[in-house]
Design a protein around this ligand. Structure first.
Ligand code: ADP
Ligand code: MG
Length: 228
């Protein structure tokens, strides 16, 4: 489902080249649930961006659901993302001028073929699924942080992604709300077989994943699959 080989990323800062990821390789099976953990600045967000095809690596290769991302141009990668990928960010990133339902419908506009049936029906089903059936017409500013993240989760699932990437999705939520967001992600992983890749520095949440890869200073220092 997801494979990376010798991924290396560098940034230029003040004339110096900074290596923030070095030689990362692993394979994740379909339906897997991987947690990427490690201290702040260890390269977790950079790695997620490369795996999801948002950015290109300095070196190395990524395969997403059988498609190698490297040879694709920006438009082709955007199509792969629209068809196969869902995202959840720490800061929710809902569009403030759209209602909850309209936010959930965005990925359906980008990948209409994935919607099946009626969009309104699908968006409403997903909002019900995350416990927000009564909030379809609310704008993000009218929702609590936990509610906004649940809308973001419904949005991430609306194009029926094969793989969901989440970057510290509970970072701005209290512990209980965060746990319920992870419960939902786990349920959807089990029911729909969606592969999950979760970045978190919360050890309790990471423990819910079936596999953990730990980064420090841009290298993998532990992989539970390798240890097993
Ligand atoms: P994490 O998500 O684990 O906190 P990041 O992947 O965000 O780590 O960052 C890894 C390192 O790369 C950090 O040292 C950060 O300062 C640096 N970095 C991230 N993005 C950029 C960028 N666009 N330009 C320069 N340096 C960056
Ligand atoms: Mg980060």
């Amino acid at each position: 489902m997801l494979r990376c080989e010798s991924l290396t990323q560098t940034y230029r800062s003040g004339g110096r080249e900074l290596t923030v990821l070095k030689d990362i390789s692993f394979t994740l099976e379909p339906g897997g649930f991987l947690a990427i953990v490690g201290p702040s600045g260890s390269g977790k967000t950079t790695l997620l961006g490369l795996l999801a095809g948002l950015d290109r690596p300095a070196h190395g290769r990524v395969w997403l659901d059988g498609t190698e991302l490297g040879p694709l141009d920006e438009d082709a990668r955007a199509r792969v993302r629209a068809e196969k990928v869902g995202f959840v960010f720490q800061s929710f990133q809902l569009i403030p001028t759209l209602t909850a339902r309209e936010n959930v419908e965005i990925p359906l506009e980008l990948a209409p073929a994935n919607g099946g049936g009626s969009w309104k029906g699908r968006a409403d089903d997903l909002l019900a699924r995350v416990g927000l059936a009564g909030r379809a017409h609310h704008y993000p500013a009218q929702l609590s942080g936990g509610e906004q993240q649940r809308v973001a989760l419904a949005r991430a699932f609306s194009n029926r992604p094969r793989i969901l990437f989440a970057d510290e999705p509970t970072g701005n939520l209290d512990a209980r709300t965060g746990a319920s967001v992870i419960d939902l992600m786990t349920e959807l992983n089990r029911e729909l077989g969606t592969t999950l890749v979760l970045v978190t520095h919360d050890a309790e949440l990471a423990a819910r994943a079936r596999r953990t890869v730990r980064l420090a200073d841009g290298v993998v220092v532990a992989d539970s699959a390798a240890a097993a």
